[in-house]
Ligand binder design. Structure first.
Ligand code: GLN
Length: 513
């Protein structure tokens, strides 16, 4: 058996990223809940342990914790964020609410030589996401790094193999994070790195074929990257046993319905059974008067399923529903092990309790966006489709803050089309992970043609990200923003103000709701 590093889950948003970064370093990892950690250690004999981040505060009575014996098993431990705080708390240090919280990009200053920071710059950009901090490290620990606001950004007791970092080495925005994790597994845990990943596409196609047999399958296709990759993978596995159903819920971007039909419909490049359902009105009716974001997501999730059930009845004897769910949907919906609910993705946390399919199949459930794109390329999907910017299943409903009305949909569609057109015209889309317009629910006073207006504000957002777990706001050239602004206020009725969102993730999310 390969050497194993065990990731102990305390509910962090980035746990799968920790596992992925370690695997990318050719060391096998598994994630286990903190409640089962001791048993798993006994059974699996890991060579290293990583304690993840998490939403709790270690000093509160009901917070996730672990048997402190874990620190004297002779197995090296790396604590990340909550894991770092917990290690300090359990070993006699002190953690409290930080006077200066840190979210997102932070400069970390490495003060001492450490195996963890071997070959890492003395000033290194890391991503933070914490409310609490270690004010006093546990006895025996040496502080190895700090930031402007955080005295203990990293500390260690190398003689016991215990290391901790307050920041998140697993996210891509932490510039030298992968090197730090590699240092931990190779230099601290002494791994050899003899593990290799299987081809994801090949293994998945084979197991989908086995699972589905001669059954019929319906795939929920939105035309986005994830569901397109899932659809083409399924078509490869079971051919014409598959029917792709594309629901136009009236919350798509301008002209998007026709674009999806052009690619996947009867005149497109794929030989698929394709059904387009125009369900705009029934979604608008269900959403009328609803303001709360989680409620909107759940209504849309349920309505999607009801449409798919109706379509399945028309085809007859459909057992499986395929969805293009990917890992961030799972973890943000609160279903990734111990993690908190951030938002209910329509296809995960937004699913109704009762679903009329034998099974929901989600071949991409463990992947991040960039891995889905790689799988799409392996399946031969055109680059235009594979590198398309993501679009959420609930569509513009989560880019219209508050109640959704057909008029507001039209406003955000037009504003978004202008933004995309001008960004493309200026050649400014390179490197952008996602960019779009949203309609805030804010109305403010303006003056147009000497008359008072009291109208809506559009927010523009553009972010730099690869895996969509963390993101930075992009610096769109001011000239482009001012052309977009002037076109939006001139061309889109009832918009008199345009704002630019400069927030990263964390603390914001990429979408607004
Ligand atoms: N909840 C803890 C804090 O706010 C840990 C956060 C984390 O692990 N990202 O400091």
């Amino acid at each position: 058996m390969s050497e194993l590093v065990l990731v102990i889950d305390f509910g962090g948003q980035y746990n799968q990223l920790i596992a992925r970064r370690v695997r990318e370093n050719h060391v096998y990892t598994e994630i286990v809940s903190y409640t089962k950690a001791m048993d798993a250690i006994r059974e699996k004999k890991p060579v290293g342990l990583i304690l993840t981040g998490g939403p709790n505060s270690v000093y509160l009575p009901d917070s996730a914790t672990i048997d402190p014996a874990i620190f004297s098993l002779g197995i090296p431990v790396l604590g990340i964020c909550y894991g770092a705080q917990l290690m300090s708390h359990l070993l006699g240090g002190h953690v409290s609410h930080a006077p200066e919280r840190e979210y997102g990009k932070t400069e970390v200053l490495v003060d001492k030589d450490s195996e963890l920071f071997h070959d890492v710059s003395r000033n290194t950009i890391c991503w933070m996401s914490h409310n609490d901090f270690i004010d006093t490290p546990a006895p025996g620990f040496t502080i190895t790094a700090h930031t402007e606001n955080c005295p203990v950004a990293a500390a260690e007791d190398a003689s016991r193999g215990l290391y901790l970092v307050q920041f998140h080495p697993e996210v891509l925005h932490t510039q030298e994070g992968s090197k730090m994790l590699s240092n931990f597994v190779y230099r601290v845990c002494g791994c050899k790195g003899d593990w290799k990943m299987d081809s994801f596409v090949e293994t998945s196609v084979r197991s989908l074929r086995e699972k589905i047999g001669a059954g019929r399958v319906l795939c929920a296709l939105s035309g986005g990257v994830d569901s397109s990759v899932a659809a083409v993978m399924l078509a490869k596995a079971v051919g014409k046993q598959l029917t792709c159903v594309f629901v136009d819920h009236g919350l798509l971007r301008k002209d998007e319905g026709d674009e999806v039909e052009a690619v996947f419909g009867p005149n497109g490049a794929y030989d698929l059974n394709f059904v387009r359902v125009n369900a705009q009105q029934r979604f608008y009716d269900k959403l009328a008067g609803v303001e709360e974001p989680e409620k909107k997501r759940k209504i849309i999730g349920e309505e999607f399923i009801r449409v798919f059930e109706e379509e399945a009845k028309k085809i007859g004897a459909v057992d499986f529903l395929v969805q293009g769910t990917i890992y961030p949907d799972v973890v943000e919906s609160g279903l990734g092990g111990e993690s908190a609910v951030i938002k209910s993705h329509h296809n995960v946390g937004g699913l109704p309790d009762c679903v009329d399919f034998k099974e929901i199949v989600e071949p991409l459930r463990d992947l991040f966006k960039d891995e889905v794109r790689a799988a799409g390329r392996e399946l031969g999907l055109p680059e235009t489709l594979v590198s398309r910017q993501p679009f959420p299943g609930p569509g513009l409903a989560v880019r219209i803050i508050g109640e959704v009305t057909p008029e507001k949909v039209k406003m955000v569609q037009e504003a978004d089309a202008i933004f995309r057109e001008e960004v493309a015209k200026a050649g400014a889309e390179k490197g952008l992970g996602q960019y779009f317009a949203a309609l805030t629910n804010m109305r403010s006073v303006g003056v147009m043609g000497d008359e008072r207006t009291y109208d809506y504000a559009v927010a523009l957002r553009a972010v730099l990200t690869t895996d969509f777990m963390t993101a930075e706001s992009a610096q769109i050239p001011w000239e482009v923003l001012s052309v977009v602004t002037s076109r939006i206020v001139n061309e889109v009725p009832h918009v008199n103000r345009v704002l630019y969102d400069c927030t990263g993730k964390p603390p914001a999310t990429i979408e607004f709701e």
